[in-house]
Design a protein around this ligand. Structure first.
Ligand code: GLA
Length: 394
């Protein structure tokens, strides 16, 4: 990451000092998991479709030391808050705080039969919170690898992702798909990951070297995000139920073509039809974008990303005026191939593909236009695609 400010940057020495201060003992290890940006394939993961995220060079770090009892204690450097819980009384249910992610991961590991020792944790998050860059998946996956290492348990990365997704469902109350946790586990430097959310097969795609991933944070987070997310998911499921009456072979929107959808349009409520149309056309766009990226056809990738934004704005209705302003302000700038909202929506960030030599001008112009139109300054991050979760040695 080359620019943008974050009050919380990883610094081994500071983490070590804080750990000692909070718990009076030395940390035994540090683990990290990255945030993510999704290039294309939004709201397709929970419809068993396709997504194309990349892991960011902003991570959540978890410092850990094992305990001899069954107490799980955690301190967040971002919130300057602690919590503790007994692993024997760690029931599902959301309290709406960061601790839900930590105890959620511990809870699901135990539900799945992995007995954990107690542990002391200090958590430092670099990923901006509530900005749609998956700070929640980053804390979940970093916690999972820290706890697993402390317990001496080795699990496949995909299994870790599934555990963290379940933690988010049962302990944080969002019925998210698998994308965020999967990329936090499987990210690769310089690569986007094209993931089939049904089979969980994935392929790594090269990101052209002349391009930078530039993320613009609208600095707004609309309260609707979580409830509307679950509503969208329910609308997709309602669509599948109706379509199944005439297309019994389908299991999810992944199996429906645009032609079939249009053929049976009259069976669906207009709003459900539009939700389904987004998912069905988005799946097609992701696959085309995957091929285009493989061939180095950046203009085609850009075109598909703009189309994705339009579909999210008009059919899925998860954009907001601030995100639309960011996209429309980026579009005419020199060296910009693509701009779209990324993540769940209702605020958060846009992802922009910008030619390296034009990045500075892009940052200046976007900041100026956005401030003029909204009165707010966007946070801008110039990012590199990075590795997934790992132990940190320095
Ligand atoms: C959130 C969820 C993901 C995915 C996106 C939308 O980030 O956690 O699973 O559904 O929204 O694409």
């Amino acid at each position: 990451m080359q620019s943008g400010t974050s009050a919380h940057r990883y610094d081994r020495r500071r983490l070590t000092d804080v750990f000692l201060k909070v718990y009076g003992t030395a940390l035994a290890g540090v683990f990290r998991a990255p945030g993510r940006v999704n290039l294309i394939g939004e709201h397709t993961d929970y419809n068993e479709g396709f997504v194309m995220p990349a892991a960011l060079d902003m991570s959540t770090y978890v410092a850990v030391a094992p305990r001899s009892d069954r107490l799980l204690r955690a301190y967040s450097m971002n919130f300057e808050e602690s919590f503790e819980i007994s692993l024997d009384a760690n029931n599902p249910g959301a309290s709406g705080t960061w601790g839900d992610y930590v105890r959620g991961v511990a809870g699901i590991l135990e539900i799945r039969g992995h007995r954990l020792p107690g542990a002391d944790l200090v958590i430092l998050g670099e990923v901006p919170l509530g900005a749609g860059l998956s700070s929640s998946a980053a804390i979940e996956v970093a916690t999972a690898v820290a706890l697993l290492s402390t317990a001496g348990i080795k699990l496949e990365r995909t299994e870790i992702a599934m555990i963290c997704q379940q933690a988010e469902h049962l302990y944080a109350g969002t019925r998210c798909g698998i994308m965020d946790q999967f990329i936090a586990c499987h990210g690769k430097k310089g690569r986007a990951v094209m993931l089939d959310c049904r089979s969980l097969d994935f392929r790594l795609l090269p990101l052209p070297e002349k391009l930078q991933l530039v993320i613009c944070n609208s600095m707004v987070k609309h309260e609707l995000a979580s409830s509307e997310y679950n509503t969208r998911r329910a609308q997709c499921e309602a669509g599948v139920r109706v379509l199944k009456t005439v297309l019994p072979e389908i299991a999810s929107l992944r199996d429906v073509t645009e032609m079939q959808l249009n053929h049976h349009r009259n069976l669906l409520e207009p709003v459900v039809y539009r939700r389904c149309r987004h998912v069905v056309t988005e799946n097609d766009r992701v696959q085309r974008a995957g091929n285009a990226l493989q061939d180095g056809d950046v203009p085609e990738v850009g075109h598909l990303m703009y189309e994705s934004h339009r579909s999210l704005r008009d059919d899925y209705e998860v954009s907001c005026p601030e995100l639309d302003i960011l996209v429309e302000s980026a579009r005419p700038l020199t060296g910009v191939y693509a701009s779209r909202m990324t993540g769940g929506g209702f605020g958060g960030c846009t992802i922009n593909l910008v030619e390296m030599e034009h990045v500075q001008n892009f940052q200046r112009e976007i900041a100026r236009t956005y401030q003029q139109k909204t009165g707010m300054l966007p946070q801008i991050f110039v990012c590199q695609a990075s590795e997934g979760a790992e132990a940190v040695t320095i």
